[in-house]
Design a protein around this ligand. Sequence first.
Ligand code: DGL
Length: 264
Amino acid sequence: MNTTNKIAKSPIGIFDSGLGGLSICKEIVQLLPNESTIYLADSKNAPYGEKSKEDIIDFSIKNTELLLNLGCKIIVVACNTATTNAINVLRKRFDVPFIGIEPAIKPAALKTRTGKIGVLATKGTLSSDLFLSTSRQIDNVDIIETEGKNLVRLIEDGKLEETKSLLEKYLLPMVDQGADSIVLGCSHYPFLIPLIKDIIPKEVSVIDSGEAVAKQTQKRLKENDLLSDNLDVKNQFYTNLDVELLSNFLNQIDLKGDSEYKEF
Ligand code: DGL
């Protein structure tokens, strides 16, 4: 590692429409303990999944600009909806490495024994060109798509328990149709894994891409000679809505750092 590389000491920037991307942030903090992070929860504009593509692109540009102004060396788009609708625009517009997250339908398709997989994601992700082109590349496997309508809103409001009946409504028909894995296509959903596992049979697997995104971030930092050897790291979390909700959520998931309100 080139320890003289000053940029390497800069933080990793991460954004999502709200609290969901904290599932990714946690994986990054665990895998890369020498990296500082800045997280933006654009909760004011959540849910992205029900917004137009143009709006999702605008929000993603605004979040990226702020993270770059705060000195970030790489941007992790910790949101499937923003990745599938906006990452190509971001990559063209900003000269910085980007890591995105997409529903892991390819790994699920490689593993399936029933030839059927379920994917739970937002309307914005399921209708995106990127998702459509990835699903078209998968032959001989049925992809059962379900929109997780209202789940993000309930998670943003800290009402995890209230998602149970909605989850049953969304998950059980996919299981009944023979899906042997459920792909979580929204970074908010990993927080629901304990509830999801209570609902679906044991033999149905739950696939989440958080860890893969953290590994991809590590790989890209290494390739670009941007890995940090900081001993004194800092994790900062900004929300443009409710800082108390953010701090409570961080406590619940045991993610340490400073949380602050910021207008963006
Ligand atoms: N967490 C986001 C995702 O991964 C966005 C959810 C939303 O705001 O609709 O898709």
